[in-house]
Design a protein around this ligand. Structure first.
Ligand code: IPE
Ligand code: IPE
Ligand code: MG
Length: 240
C-alpha cells in the first residue's frame, strides 16, 4: 500500500507520441492529436478526482512551429475545440486554467478563447491546470532575463536582489511550486525544452506508451513509483 501523503503536488506531462500512434494505425497525424485530446481529458479528470493540486501539460513547443503548416493549423483548431467544449467542465470541477508560453504569436481567435477560459476560471481553487502553448524553457528564461534587466534599468529592482526566488517571479510559472514529477510517454528519453528551470530536482518517469493510449491506471502507476522514490536534493536522507 502506497503512502498517499508521498504523492506529488505538481505533475507535469509531455504529451508525446500522437503522430506515431496514428501512423501505426494508418491514420493521419491529426487523428492522433484528436485521440491525444481524449487521453488529456481522462488525465485531467483523474487528477482532479485524486486531489492533485497542479497538473501541467505540454501542448505546443516553441520548436513545434517547424511542423507543416497544415498540422499547426489542425492543432490550433483542436485547441479551440477543446476550450469551447471543456470550459463548462473546468468550471464545474473548480479547475483554474493557466497558460504557460507566449500566446501573442497565436491566431487572434485562439488567443481570445484562451484569455476567456483563463478569465472565467480565475477564481477556481480546486486544481491548477497549466497548459504550455508556444512554450520553450530557454525562451522562458530569456524572457525572465529581459524582464529583470528592464526592471533594474528602470530602478524597480537591484542587482543584489536577484536570487532564485526573485528570478522565479519572472517565469510563466510564477507562484507555482516546481513539478515533483515529470511524465514523458512515447519512448523518448529527453525533456525537449520543457520547464528547464523548474525541473532541476523533479523526478522523471518515462513510458513507451504513445500518449493517446495513456490511461488513468498508468498515471497512477507513475504516482506510485514516485511515492517510492527517495528525493535527496543533494543531501542525505539516511538516518545511520
Ligand atoms: C505530441 O505528439 C503532440 C505535439 C507535439 C503537439 P507528436 O505530434 O510529437 O507525436 P510524435 O512524436 O510525432 O509521435
Ligand atoms: C515535445 O514533443 C513537445 C510537446 C509534447 C508539446 P516533441 O515531439 O515536439 O519533441 P521532440 O521533437 O521529439 O524532442
Ligand atoms: Mg513528438
Amino acid at each position: 500500500m502506497v503512502n498517499r501523503s508521498k504523492y506529488p503536488r505538481h505533475v507535469a506531462v509531455i504529451m508525446d507520441g500522437n503522430g506515431r500512434w496514428a501512423q501505426k494505425r494508418g491514420l493521419h497525424r491529426i487523428q492522433g492529436h484528436r485521440a491525444g485530446v481524449a487521453a488529456l481529458k481522462e488525465i485531467v479528470k483523474h487528477s482532479r478526482k485524486i486531489g492533485l493540486e497542479y497538473l501541467t501539460l505540454y501542448a505546443f513547443s516553441t520548436e513545434n512551429w517547424k511542423r507543416p503548416e497544415m498540422e499547426i493549423k489542425n492543432l490550433m483548431n483542436l485547441l479551440m475545440e477543446y476550450l469551447k467544449s471543456e470550459l463548462e467542465e473546468l468550471k464545474t470541477n473548480n479547475i483554474k486554467l493557466r497558460i504557460l508560453g507566449d500566446i501573442s504569436a497565436l491566431r487572434k481567435d485562439v488567443q481570445e478563447e484562451l484569455e476567456k477560459a483563463v478569465a472565467q476560471t480565475r477564481e477556481n481553487d480546486g486544481m491548477v491546470l497549466s497548459v504550455a502553448i508556444n512554450y520553450g524553457g530557454r525562451d522562458e528564461i530569456l524572457r525572465a532575463v529581459r524582464g529583470i534587466v528592464k526592471d533594474v534599468c528602470e530602478g524597480k529592482a537591484r542587482v543584489q536582489d536577484i536570487d532564485q526566488e526573485f528570478f522565479e517571479n519572472y517565469l510563466y510559472t510564477s507562484g507555482m511550486p516546481n513539478p515533483d514529477l515529470v511524465i514523458r510517454p512515447s519512448g523518448e528519453l529527453r525533456v525537449s525544452n520543457f520547464l528547464l528551470w523548474q525541473i532541476a530536482y523533479s523526478e522523471l518517469w518515462f513510458s513507451d506508451c504513445f500518449w493517446p493510449d495513456f490511461t488513468a491506471d498508468m498515471f497512477e502507476k507513475a504516482l506510485d513509483d514516485y511515492a517510492k522514490r527517495d528525493r535527496r536534493y543533494g543531501g542525505v536522507n539516511s538516518v545511520d
